[in-house]
Write a protein that binds this ligand. Structure first.
Ligand code: C2O
Ligand code: CU
Ligand code: CU
Length: 580
């Protein structure tokens, strides 16, 4: 069959089905396409529709023809798999009314996007079947390639596998580097699926797969099996998202060409870096510039995952060679895009300013092996640690298992400090990262500062089977200053800030914490019930850290007093009860 006939056939079929039309914002300049016979068949790359900001996102079980001529039952959003692409400018308010027409609970998490805690899709904020929830928040992230996906407790892997994911692309109008745009700026959501699961995107992992992850044997790009994309002899920007449950890809081209890595999870790097391959673990995004100008019309090149050695004896394996998408060079148009020498500089954190170091050991143990972080599996009601706003922290993550663990934090972008004690990092580690893969035995240190929201967030493995197995912890971001009476019970509940006074006599100790950015001048004063200052325990210069002060009221009468901590623009007050 001539390619043109094949195209017409595919398109005609597509019109009958509910497969979404190409995304106009990314593919609006495909005029003058000269159809040329090229090798290989396949399906033209699909693009999900662009989400209309403020509109509905309706989750439903739908039948679509993912493979032409074959009905597949899966989860769609507004009838589309993958879900519609959010494309939004930095500074705008994102709003989506998520409607749950599935028969189980859902939440939607905006991966890599900074959102208030109650908008972050935490599994405790489940949306019941038949209900809806409006997510709305201002987009404050850097321009970049983010995504959204299911995050309900123990249902994430299944729901993502069955189709619950989509792009969340933030554009920053201030970033103007003459990168390829329009039809030359192409998002590629890479997901492996099992031929054996067709036609129903069945998700039914056996117990070894719950341990290692649910791997497929074929790759879909934007929901397109055997995808091809027609390109011009020019420079393209590809935004690669690994939306797979557990597969780690070693991305390269079939002709081993080099390309420029320009972006990581949190947007553009400080400068493009030339590479021929990189690893892309679940949850990670990498943006590349690829130049097809050296190709002849009629030729093609395939983006693929290279084979690599990885242990395990499952029928579905990590490390097998897989074709991802074929690029057919069909015409001479120019994108007008360039490879800039540099982007705007990234201010790298200074590790000497770290005020808190945390260690996370990733383990797998037990007779039914459970994935654990510091010996814990996920408890939706337990807060595993608190972290202060605007405090620079170092997280040292050690992988003590024989599997990959792409570790992910909500609510901030990390900077990788070291991998296996080396600060000589691969280009895909350098830049802003919210997901960092650890190979067996690896140790990675990241620096992190939460600057935007308080509340409950998650830290977890983005191998979705591991996540559902409990490889996830809750942390709470709290005020940059903290004060508590020593010896008081601070309940480990969601209402962490309550402090229950512990009646004392003759003296009491008060612990207070100062985060880095407010560390300058601080005061700790005691007031009586009528607001009169009765003691000053500290007043002066202070550096970030934890301190203890003691109040001996001596001749003060019994009653209620208040200890007030002030630092920078922050104040916090606790109640003290003196009983004589
Ligand atoms: Cu993309 Cu908590 O995950
Ligand atoms: Cu996330
Ligand atoms: Cu893991």
């Amino acid at each position: 069959m001539k390619r043109r006939d094949m195209l017409i056939k595919t398109l005609a079929a597509g019109a009958l089905l509910t497969i979404p039309k190409p995304l106009q914002i990314f593919a609006n300049e495909r005029k003058n396409v000269v159809l040329t016979e090229v090798s290989g068949a396949g399906n033209p790359l699909r693009f999900p529709p662009v989400f209309t900001n403020g509109g509905n996102m309706t989750l439903a079980e739908t039948t679509e023809q993912v493979w032409p001529g074959q009905d597949t039952q899966l989860v769609t959003i507004n009838g589309s798999y993958p879900g519609p692409s959010v494309v939004i400018d930095k500074g705008q308010t994102f709003t989506a009314n998520v409607i749950n027409n599935l028969n189980e609970v859902i939440t939607t998490h905006w991966h890599g996007v900074s959102a208030p805690a109650n908008m972050d899709g935490h599994p405790r904020d489940a949306i019941n079947p038949g209900s809806s929830f409006t997510y709305t928040f201002p987009v404050i992230n850097r321009g970049g390639t983010y995504f959204y996906h299911a995050h309900a407790d123990m249902l994430t892997a299944k729901q993502v596998y069955r189709g619950f994911a989509g792009f969340f692309i933030v554009r920053d109008p201030a970033e103007n580097y003459n990168l390829p745009s329009g039809a030359y700026d192409v998002p590629l959501c890479i997901q492996d699926r099992r031929i054996a699961d067709i036609p129903n995107f069945t998700y039914n992992p056996g117990s070894p797969e719950q341990t290692w992850g649910y791997l497929g044997d074929t790759v879909l790009v934007n929901g397109t099996p055997d995808a091809y994309f027609e390109v011009s002899k020019t420079l393209y920007r590809f935004r690669l998202l690994n939306g797979s449950n557990s597969r780690v890809y070693r991305i390269a081209f079939s002709d081993n060409r080099s390309f420029s890595i320009i972006g990581t999870d949190g947007g553009l790097k400080d400068a493009p870096v030339t590479a021929t391959q990189f690893n892309l673990a679940p949850g990670e995004r990498v943006e590349i510039l690829v130049d097809f100008s050296g190709n002849t019309i009629g030729s093609n090149v395939t983006l693929r995952s290279l084979a690599y050695t990885f242990g395990g004896t499952l029928p579905y394996k990590q490390g097998i060679a897989l074709d991802i998408i074929r690029f057919d060079v069909t015409n001479n148009n120019s994108s007008g895009g360039i490879i800039p020498a540099a982007f705007s500089p990234i201010t790298y954190y200074n590790s000497s300013e770290v005020v808190e170091t945390r260690q996370f050991d990733l383990t797998m143990s037990g007779s039914h092996p459970m994935h654990k972080i510091n010996g814990f599996t996920f408890d939706i009601n337990r807060i595993d640690w608190t972290t202060r706003l605007n405090s620079l922290e170092k997280w040292r993550i050690r992988n003590l298992t024989a599997d990959y663990h792409p570790m992910h934090t909500h609510e901030a972008q990390w900077q990788v400090l070291s991998r296996n004690n080396s600060t000589n990092l691969p280009p895909s580690d350098k830049g802003w990262k919210d997901t960092v893969n650890l190979s067996p035995g690896e140790t990675v240190e990241v620096l992190v500062k939460f600057t935007d929201h308080k509340g409950l967030y998650l830290f977890h493995c983005h191998n979705l089977e591991h996540e559902d197995d409990g490889m996830m912890l809750n942390f709470e971001i709290i005020d940059p200053i903290g004060i508590e009476q020593i010896g008081t019970e601070v309940p480990r509940s969601f209402e962490l800030h309550q402090n229950y006074p512990n009646p004392f006599n003759p003296s009491t100790k008060i612990k207070f914490d100062i985060a880095e950015r407010v560390a300058d001048n601080a005061s700790l004063k005691i007031f009586d019930i009528r607001g009169r200052q009765v003691a000053e325990l500290y007043n002066g210069k202070i550096s970030a850290g934890s301190y203890e002060a003691e109040w001996k009221p001596n001749f003060m009468p019994s009653g209620t007093y208040f200890a007030k901590l002030t630092a920078g623009n922050f104040t916090k007050t606790i109640k003290l009860i003196l009983t004589k």
